[in-house]
Design a protein around this ligand. Structure first.
Ligand SMILES: Cc1cc2nc3c(=O)[nH]c(=O)nc-3n(C[C@H](O)[C@H](O)[C@H](O)COP(=O)(O)OP(=O)(O)OC[C@H]3O[C@@H](n4cnc5c(N)ncnc54)[C@H](O)[C@@H]3O)c2cc1C
Length: 496
């Protein structure tokens, strides 16, 4: 379940428009392929206004969907459209909750309104940074952390592991303080809460002193044999502590009428350094279409600039179908080869959708609409209940380090037919490889599996669902996607 299958014109509605909630509000995600119509978009000025709003709506059972910046590929921010139930439905933005306090021992408490693009420079001014980020700084901090957003590094964890405490508003309008010190189990439950355990109004994180990194970008030639190619990729993963492997790609050959593996890859890897003479990593970053990947170069910068780009807007303006799957690193060579072989075998099915048009500048100079790009990254596991890299069901000899495969199919902008076809391709991977490789999908990329699969990959899911009921007795934070993928049966009637 991803997009609503109605072709809508590109959004005219400004994402940041502030509505009193009186008129209907159409919500779109970042690439305008996921949409819904809420009763209104509510942007409280402060926490007490939000509490009043939530208390007013509790007896009315109004649907409530807190959002960050809608920078996802799935249905986490899809509101329950007004016409689908007899309830009202609001999108909530905490953008005004911008207080920030820095304490001793480098801990920082701040409101739910902070986006990474503002938060990181503010921390930097105070001599601080966080342990890791994803590859862009477009997300809201809560929006990113609560879905398990990650960067790369075998000793680097996802953002949720930076959290030491949360202040959460439940559906009745009551505040819950959850901290690592007093309620460590609950913090593991709430750190990845995907919008369903209440509205997170404030977070306390562990920050660290500023550090410099050297980033190296290097183009390498891979084997054209897929098995050998993925052994090479696994070897790169073993060699480098913190590496992002961009490629291989699959390109549609117009003469042969088939997808051909382009085994060239770009390694982007980071090393700690004392050199502080330059700050030039933000200029060109081979990451998520925010810079070129077809040349070798090095740069030096503060960690936050070296690992995450600050896009002016969004770096890429086409459509994109993307999943990202995490699995124990030990399976990388085998799983990587299986995924690529399956993707390549879809040539015949892709023929009707092939489009010669160049979509736009991208990682290799340009993207064609029929390219399939794979990125491999690494993440250290953790104990958060719904973490895609949770360590609860690993084999006894597993290292607790995960590899991720990110697959992107790229149709031209507004080409919904191809976008939906690529979503169909993406949906076939979990049934095919999920159990074999213990695969866990990224919460805010394309997800298609059901509760049975969820309970296998999240052994603590039932406890989490019990907690969800306590925080949200009337199913106000739930949408169809959450009800189905987590088996929240008591809310299912709303979507029948
Ligand atoms: C181009 C692109 C690049 C990306 N790169 C990476 C990457 O490098 N690494 C990676 O791991 N991911 C990556 N992602 C995924 C992205 O990090 C996640 O989708 C992230 O969740 C988006 O953050 P957001 O602020 O837009 O959150 P949203 O999508 O708006 O919301 C995400 C979830 O958070 C909940 N939420 C938001 N605010 C609150 C709140 N105050 N209280 C309670 N719940 C809340 C929402 O209900 C929803 O469930 C990328 C996505 C895109 C589109």
């Amino acid at each position: 379940m991803i997009g609503l299958r109605t072709s809508l014109p590109a959004a005219i509605v400004s994402f940041l428009a502030v509505s009193s909630g009186a008129e209907a509000y159409r919500w779109f995600n970042w690439q305008f392929d996921v949409t819904c119509e809420a009763t209104g978009f509510y942007v409280p000025s402060n926490e007490s206004e939000l509490v009043n709003f939530v208390q007013y709506h509790y007896p009315r059972k109004t649907m409530l969907k807190p959002v960050g910046n809608g920078h996802g590929f799935g249905n986490l921010t899809t509101c329950v459209s007004e016409e689908d139930t007899e309830r009202e439905s609001y999108i909530l933005s905490l953008t005004n909750l911008k207080h920030l306090d820095i304490h001793d021992n480098n801990t920082v408490t701040f409101g739910g309104g902070w986006d990474l693009v503002d938060l990181m420079p503010t921390l930097e001014k105070n001599g601080l940074q966080v342990a890791n980020l994803g590859s862009e700084k477009v997300q809201n901090y809560i929006g990113a952390a609560t879905t398990g957003t990650h960067g790369t590094g075998k000793q680097h964890q996802n953002l949720a592991t930076q959290i030491l405490g949360l202040r959460v508003l439940d559906a009745k309008g009551e505040i819950h303080e959850i901290t690592k010190e007093s309620t460590p189990d609950l913090l593991q439950a709430y750190s990845i809460a995907i919008g369903a355990l209440g509205i997170i109004v404030e977070v306390t994180i562990q920050a660290e002193p500023l550090a410099y990194l050297k980033r190296t970008t290097k183009v390498v030639e891979g084997s054209s044999n897929i098995t050998e190619l993925y052994q090479q990729i696994a070897d790169f993963g073993n060699k480098y502590e913190q590496v992002n492997i961009v490629g291989p790609t699959l390109n549609y050959d117009q003469d042969k009428h088939e997808l051909v593996v382009n085994p060239n890859m770009t390694l982007v890897y980071w090393e700690e350094t004392d050199y502080q003479g330059a700050r030039n990593c933000s200029l060109d970053f081979c990451s998520n279409d925010c810079g070129r990947c077809d040349r070798d170069y090095v740069c030096y910068d503060y960690k936050m600039e070296a690992i995450a780009t600050t896009p002016s807007g969004i770096c890429y303006r086409g459509f994109m179908g993307q999943f990202e799957h995490f699995f124990p690193i030990e399976s990388l060579a085998e799983a990587g080869a299986d995924y690529m072989t399956y993707a390549q075998a879809q040539s015949d099915r892709m023929k009707p959708y092939i489009d010669d048009e160049i979509v736009g500048p991208g990682l290799k100079g340009h993207y064609l609409s029929d390219d399939v790009t794979v990125i491999t990254r690494f993440v250290k596991g953790d104990d958060n209940w719904l973490s895609p890299v949770n360590k609860y069901n690993l084999q006894p000899n597993a290292s607790g380090i995960f590899a991720t495969l990110e697959y992107s199919w790229i149709p031209t902008y507004n080409n919904f037919t191809t976008q939906y076809f690529f979503q169909e391709l993406a949906s076939e991977y979990i049934p095919k490889f999920g159990e074999t490789y213990n695969v866990r999908p990224h919460w805010n990329k394309m997800i298609f599996h059901n509760e049975t699969y969820s309970s296998t990959i999240y052994p603590k899911m039932n406890d989490w669902v019990d907690l969800q009921k306590k925080m949200d007795p009337n199913c106000q934070f739930i949408n169809e996607f959450l009800a189905e993928s987590l088996g929240i049966d008591r809310c299912q009637y709303l979507f029948d």
